[in-house]
Write a protein that binds this ligand. Structure first.
Ligand SMILES: [Fe+2]
Length: 450
């Protein structure tokens, strides 16, 4: 590895180094056997600044890393920028208030999903961007003019109705809108939701009948934006609340429940249990209180909302640091037994990747057991994405997919592991060039978007 250069921001050291080229590789080396039922694309988004540097890990330009699986083969790997206005003109300032208000000026760097025949690259401050099956950019999506504000990077696809349930938040009123997209991709409901102020609402939850907002004390501070800093800071006075609304309801139907101050980037899942609503979340004690790089370690917690008494029980499930929780797409909003997370290294350190030891964790919420897929010294992964096996009978009959970075070789691979057994030997591993750390991804079957 190269020597540490203090002039390089911490988030661009080690595997935080952005890539400088887009590649297409069709001659891929595979170890093991790719399950033949996997016909589709594993896609993952991340921030890869086209200028080579960004002031914050969240400010880089969206780059999708995709791998096409079919007939037991890895047909191609591609990495492509999402062609946003920032790619055409890298001098545009993301913190310019006029740019923040331009809904087409997305970094499109946070998530990528498949819904209603479309592949969408998402970032929470702006419109989604539509991609084609080869990861080319078609353009921003405003749902035929129906979307007038931001669209979250973490919408939820209901496995029962096929709807895409979402929201948008912003620094200016209305601070929060609920958005409901039909199974065929039409934005059919927009509701303004009353909250106490502008907060960073990164993700949310659905259950069979409800949408659940997380209004937490990470609040907008535009003075900071004008100083060129992250425009969001921790508040010791803004109340932390969960807002429960029927999925076809309105602002008047939202019932708010107080919780202890915390921050949640990512819930694992939520579901109804009689008159209770259960949320499993990756909970942080706070966020950005001391600086804009102030990220405490997330840990798995369970919030149980008692809709009869109005109280919320808050239980820590594990003290093992972990992030990027996921359940199978078929369990979103429904009771889950298993959840998967990216285990965090004991001492995350961009400057010393060879001594980081990554893992993929599997939580059994019935037995309380936690199982671990150990990636080995110098090897770290991203978010584990689940795809069901062809003959699945149990919830965990399927595969976990992610990109793995190996600091020993300064290169990456795509791995498929057996989610049921968490066997130490991957089902398949595809050798790839280095893929920088990124954010979220999806398995998009060919029958969802092609
Ligand atoms: Fe996220």
């Amino acid at each position: 590895m190269t020597a540490i250069d203090d002039s390089i921001p911490v988030h661009h050291r080690g595997n935080g180094r952005p890539l400088t080229e887009e590649r297409t590789i069709t001659d891929l080396h595979v170890r093991g056997a790719i399950p033949p039922e996997l016909d589709g694309r594993y896609l993952r988004n991340g921030a890869n600044p086209i200028t080579g540097t960004s002031a914050h890990p969240f400010f880089g330009d969206g780059m999708i890393h995709g791998i096409r699986l079919r007939d037991g083969q890895a047909q191609w790997y591609r990495n492509r920028y999402v062609q946003t206005p920032f790619i055409a003109d890298p001098t545009i300032d993301i913190l310019d208030p006029a740019v923040m208000m331009d809904m087409k000026a997305s970094k499109a760097n946070t998530h990528v999903i498949g819904h209603a025949g479309r592949i969408l690259a998402l970032e929470e401050g702006h419109f989604p961007y539509l991609l084609d099956g080869d990861l080319g950019t078609v353009g921003p999506v405003d749902f035929g003019g129906m979307l007038t504000g931001s669209f979250t990077a973490h919408p939820k696809i209901c496995p029962v109705t096929g709807e895409l349930l979402a929201f948008g938040y912003g620094a200016f009123p209305p601070y929060l809108r609920y958005l409901r997209v039909s199974a065929d991709g039409e934005l059919v409901q927009t509701e303004e939701i009353t909250v106490g102020g502008p907060t960073m609402m990164h993700d949310f939850n659905i259950t069979e009948h409800y949408a659940i907002f997380m209004d937490l004390p990470a609040v907008f501070d535009l003075d900071r934006a004008l100083q060129g800093e992250m425009p969001i800071t921790w508040s010791d006075t803004y109340p932390a609340r969960l807002g429960v609304m029927p999925r076809t309801g309105t602002d008047a139907d939202v019932r708010w429940y107080d919780i202890n101050p915390c921050y949640v980037f990512h819930p694992m899942n939520a579901y109804e249990d009689g008159t209770n609503i259960v949320l499993d979340v990756a909970r942080l004690d706070h966020i950005w209180r001391d600086s804009m790089m102030d990220f405490p370690m997330p840990e798995l917690w369970r919030f149980t909302i008692d809709t009869v008494t109005g109280r919320v029980r808050e239980e820590q499930i594990d003290d093992r640091p972990a992030e990027f929780p996921r359940v199978p797409d078929s369990r979103v909003g429904l009771p889950h037994r298993y959840g998967y997370m990216m285990g965090m290294p004991d001492n995350p350190n961009y400057e010393d990747p060879i001594h980081q030891r990554g893992s993929i964790l599997k939580y059994d919420r019935v037995t309380g057991e936690r199982r671990e897929f150990d990636l080995g010294m110098g090897r770290t992964s991203g978010e584990p994405v689940f795809a069901a096996a062809a003959d699945a009978r149990n919830e965990d009959d399927g595969y976990l997919m992610t990109y793995v970075y190996d600091a020993n070789a300064d290169a990456s691979s795509f791995i498929i592991i057996d989610a049921a057994t968490m066997d130490a030997e991957p089902v398949a591993e595809v050798t790839l060039p280095r893929i920088p750390f990124g954010f979220h991804g999806s398995w998009v079957p060919a029958d969802v978007a092609n």
